[in-house]
Design a binder for this molecule. Structure first.
Ligand code: SAM
Ligand code: SF4
Ligand code: SF4
Length: 334
């Protein structure tokens, strides 16, 4: 490989998160407003051919891992077609999906056959009513069916993303931990992040993940740190005594992991986002058809990538050093 995507801080970028749509069939309280969202018209959304062209350029620069996200990626038609196109690119070794799981039971087999390696499913409550409240209308049964279909399809490992919120689902940590005992499920507790304009109630609902350790202590659950690594992310993993699965902690706010950042983002409307948190974006869509220009825009984006986010300042109310993004998580892809 000639060139690599290395930024000013020496971080090698080999991972691209692609948002394939800004639309979603749910309206999770921490991600999207209840109403009033406006969505990109279809003609402004990157086609599968355009996404593939961009990934071909990046694969030559050392990108090996792709995650498809959204909005809800499974609301986009024939996502398996995109998976197959990406899987055929030399150098791409891992294609993962982050989904709310509602449509997963119908698509798990086709996605696996197309070359999807694994899946992360967002699941913030195991109580049907509460799940419907958090997602503003989601049906928990369908997500559980999606998990089962993924297991049968051989999409592994299956990770469950749980955003912990004070007073909303913090009493369910033990139930989520116990899910990992009999099944090879990997539960990841994620700190609620102040992204976009959703954060009105954020300060009151943000919960540092030390809460997970408090729960283990209180309930007598014993665990060990895992030696094996799972995937591309920042989670540290642990295993309850004798459990088939694991649990992980992702704590972007209380203890950020930006110094090991390996990721770039591509929004559904064709913008490179070098960092989740800040507003900097670079429109790559206008360079479609010109591989050299696509490449140089990625290097430019990387050159301007900041060292870290400043989410903690949202708690203290201190002034930030630059402008945070105004996009919602659904527009960025998480
Ligand atoms: N719709 C898919 C889903 O929900 O899995 C993919 C897109 S969603 C934006 C990606 C991930 O971001 C989900 O796991 C979701 O829980 C997480 N997320 C959204 N808003 C968040 C926030 N404010 N803080 C922490 N995680 C958030
Ligand atoms: Fe949709 Fe995912 Fe955001 Fe929930 S977290 S509103 S499922 S994009
Ligand atoms: Fe990387 Fe930015 Fe996320 Fe930190 S906040 S891990 S620098 S994308």
């Amino acid at each position: 490989m000639n060139k690599q995507l290395i930024d000013r801080y020496g971080r090698i970028h080999d991972y691209l998160r692609i948002s394939v749509t800004d639309r979603c069939n749910l309206r999770c309280v921490y991600c999207m407003p209840k109403e009033g969202m406006s969505f990109e018209p279809d003609h402004r959304i990157l086609s599968y051919e355009e996404i593939t062209e961009i990934v071909k350029v990046l694969a030559k620069l050392g990108v090996r891992k792709i995650r498809l996200t959204g909005g809800e990626p499974l609301v986009r038609k024939q996502l398996d077609r995109l998976v197959a196109m990406l899987a055929a690119i030399p150098g791409i070794e891992d294609i993962a999906l982050t989904t709310n799981g509602i449509y997963l039971a119908s698509f798990a087999d086709a996605l696996k056959s197309a070359g999807l390696t694994r899946v992360n499913i967002s699941l913030d409550s195991l109580k049907p009513d509460r799940f419907a409240m958090i997602t503003r209308g989601g049906d928990l049964k369908r997500v559980l069916a999606g998990i089962e279909a993924s297991r049968k399809a051989g999409l592994a490992p299956i990770k469950l993303n749980v955003v912990l919120m004070k007073g909303i689902n913090d009493d369910e940590v033990e139930s989520f931990l116990r899910m990992t005992v009999d099944e090879p499920l990997h539960v990841r507790f994620i700190e609620y992040m102040p992204i976009g304009k959703q954060g009105q109630g954020w300060k009151g609902e943000y919960l540092p993940l030390a809460h997970v350790w408090d729960t283990c202590k209180r309930t007598g659950l014993r665990y060990d740190a895992c030696r094996e690594a799972f995937g591309n992310g920042p989670a540290q993993y642990y295993r309850l005594e004798g459990a088939a699965g694991t649990f992980g902690l992702i704590h972007p706010v209380s203890d950020h992991f930006c110094e090991t950042c390996n990721r770039l983002r591509l929004t559904a409307d064709g913008n490179i986002k070098p960092c989740l948190f800040w507003s900097d974006e670079f429109n790559v869509r206008r360079h479609i058809g010109d591989a050299a220009a696509i490449e140089s825009l990625f290097f430019r984006a990387l050159d301007l990538k900041p060292e870290s986010h400043e989410m903690a300042l949202a708690l203290s109310g201190e002034r930030m050093s630059r402008v945070p993004t105004a996009r919602t998580m659904s527009q960025i892809g998480g």
